[in-house]
Design a protein around this ligand. Structure first.
Ligand code: FHN
Length: 588
């Protein structure tokens, strides 16, 4: 993937509070790690099991984002932090006496993950709040010693995962610990008022706890360290050494820090738009918070989940999707329902998701996405074409057969090559209500021309990621919608007078196309769209700080073939105008 300049925009957060260390995104650590694991056995976890369950569950789940009669909006596991409720250490510790998750059922959760089609579970053994969700012998602030529950749910879950036959691993917050003196974000003095250092925290709590979680819970697949921030390398190295010694087959997350992890973790809630090389994972959640938040009923549907799983696999990676059980241990029913819905589909079409390779187009297509297994190619159709014609641009490899799958059944479909495109004739109705699959048998491993084809039937949206730019900046931008709820876009901004963003496209059906631009900005903006050597249109539309799609007008492509389409921001506050996408819809 092209490296973009990263702009962290935290402006949506009105309350600055004191994020004592750095802001959250800068704490994610070095983005790209040495991709060693594909040479080691542990790398197989990602190539074979491209879908996993993440669980954020802890003392914070008991609050569910409500303290007293006030609701805090954002990621629930940060409720203690000044940027959320700001609960003093002593008060937070007292909460443990009320935490009694009697509805926790490890086998039910493991079965849910299995039924969802997930290959392993990664759960919070200790988050930034410092509370251990397992029986730690080195620190009493844990679920066995400090709560009426008295059970070790991590023992139960590790066992349950073995019973149902899926993998198991731990999240561990190695740098941030807001309770233990010396931990990042924690008290600066110990209980006797003596100054505490990070070394104190590391030696007395972090290192021994990582030894515990890697030696007392059977084989684990992965240790998911998070937010390394400015943690010195010598500490990270010691932790990685412990994992290697106790669990030689376990992966270490990229967020261990200092490039010592095995793979790359993308930004929170980020599904990439272009293929990413090497071993990587995307982490996402079933609603908008990692830990349980009582108000958060904005759930991903089964279709949303499938589109994201398939998109990650098609971009060459792994998708880890989070649930946040309640404080009583139960899993929100709607999260479970969506996971089951997507899992039922995956059980019908496992070949589309597991052990597959990335799409040779390197990006999604207007109707869906593509995964590859040897000479077989799977077209996952998210949006069924209304007229029953599906178009595939730029496939250079011959097709031996094309079949529309319907569970275990497969019916041949007709196809035809036209001007470097393939046109498939499909039945009027999709065989699947969520995602239908076309299986192609090819003459060889697929080769494609990766240029963006403008689909003759469906609106084709091309994101800013795919533009070549001149006298404008192309940047990756991220912001928090609510606290900890991250959004990611590539934007083209800082438009100079001759600035332009150029998209190369391939047109199959000549004629007029409606052109829309998706952008954010300040006040009215005039945009121009030009087909190099052809028509030019320009128009003025409004803008706001939210990205919105605005119509620009109709543009003509006189014949089939390649075109360069350039976008310019001509008038208005051009410096802040932020272009996210261009869309073409054929006028019929
Ligand atoms: O601060 C944490 C956050 O609470 C959550 O655990 C996420 C999951 O990726 N990681 C950190 C922020 O990136």
């Amino acid at each position: 993937m092209k490296r973009l300049v990263i702009v962290g925009i935290l402006c949506v957060m009105a309350v600055q509070g004191s994020l004592q260390a750095e802001d959250m995104d800068t704490m994610w650590g070095q983005a790209v790690v040495k991709l060693r694991a594909d040479q080691a056995k542990r790398g197989q976890l990602f190539s074979e099991g491209n879908y996993a369950m993440f669980i954020h569950w802890g003392l914070y789940s008991h609050l569910g984002n409500q303290v007293g009669d006030k609701t805090y909006y954002g990621i629930g596991e940060w409720i203690m932090h000044p940027r959320m409720a700001g609960i003093p250490v002593a008060d937070y510790k007292k909460l443990a006496g009320q935490f009694n998750p009697t509805k926790f059922n490890a086998l039910e959760i493991a079965k849910l993950a299995k039924d969802a089609g997930m290959k392993y579970i990664i759960i919070t053994s200790k988050h930034h709040d410092g509370f251990a969700m397992y029986h730690s012998k080195v620190n009493a602030f844990n679920i066995v010693d400090a709560t009426p529950f008295k059970r070790d749910p991590m023992k139960e879950l590790a066992q349950a995962c073995q019973t149902v036959g899926i993998g198991f691993g731990f999240y561990y917050s190695h740098n941030q610990d807001w309770i233990f003196p010396g931990g990042s974000g924690g008290p600066k003095v110990d209980d006797n008022g003596n100054p505490a250092t990070f070394d104190d925290y590391f030696v007395k709590k972090c290192l021994p706890q990582v030894k515990e979680i890697t030696s007392e819970y059977g084989p684990i697949e992965l240790v998911w360290f998070d937010t390394p921030g400015k943690m010195p390398k010598k500490y990270v190295q010691q932790l990685v050494d412990v994992v290697r010694k106790n669990q030689p087959d376990a992966l270490v997350s990229g967020r261990a820090g200092h490039g010592l992890g095995d793979y790359q973790t993308l930004g929170d809630m980020e599904v990439p738009h272009e293929n990413v090389e090497g071993l990587w994972e995307a982490v996402d959640t079933t609603n908008d918070s990692w830990a349980y938040a009582w108000y958060d009923e904005y759930w991903k549907t089964p279709k949303d989940i499938l589109e994201r799983v398939i998109a990650c696999v098609a971009r060459g990676g792994t998708y880890m999707l989070n649930i946040g059980p309640r404080g009583d241990g139960s899993v929100p029913e709607r999260a479970a329902r969506s996971l089951h819905g997507a899992g039922t589909w995956i059980k019908q079409y496992p070949q589309v998701v597991y052990g597959t390779e990335a799409s040779p187009w390197k990006h999604a297509l207007p109707w869906g996405d593509v995964t590859v297994k040897g000479r077989k190619m799977f077209l996952s159709v998210f949006d069924w074409p209304a007229k029953g014609e599906l178009f595939l641009p730029g496939l250079k490899t011959g097709i031996l057969s094309a079949r529309l799958l319907s569970g275990k059944e497969a019916s041949p479909i007709k196809y035809q090559s036209v001007d470097g495109w393939v046109r498939f004739r499909l039945p009027a109705r999709a065989p699947e209500s969520l995602v239908s699959v076309i299986e192609l048998e090819l003459a060889a491993f697929p080769q494609v021309d990766v240029v963006w084809g403008i689909d003759p039937e469906m609106a084709t949206e091309i994101l800013a990621d795919f533009a070549e730019v001149q006298d404008v900046s192309k940047e990756s931008k991220r912001w928090m919608e609510k606290f900890g709820e991250w959004k990611h876009v590539a934007q083209i901004t800082n438009w100079e007078p001759n600035g332009k963003a150029t998209f190369e496209v391939d047109v199959l059906a000549p004629g007029d196309y409606q052109v829309d631009l998706t952008y954010a900005g300040e006040g009215r903006l005039v945009w121009g769209v030009t087909v190099e050597g052809g028509e030019h249109i320009q128009n003025q539309q409004n803008s706001s700080h939210n990205y919105q799609r605005f119509p620009m007008g109709w543009l003509n492509f006189p014949a089939p073939g390649r075109y360069q389409v350039s976008v310019s921001c001509l008038e208005g506050t051009t410096q802040t105008a932020s272009l996210k996408a261009i869309q073409f819809t054929r006028i019929q």
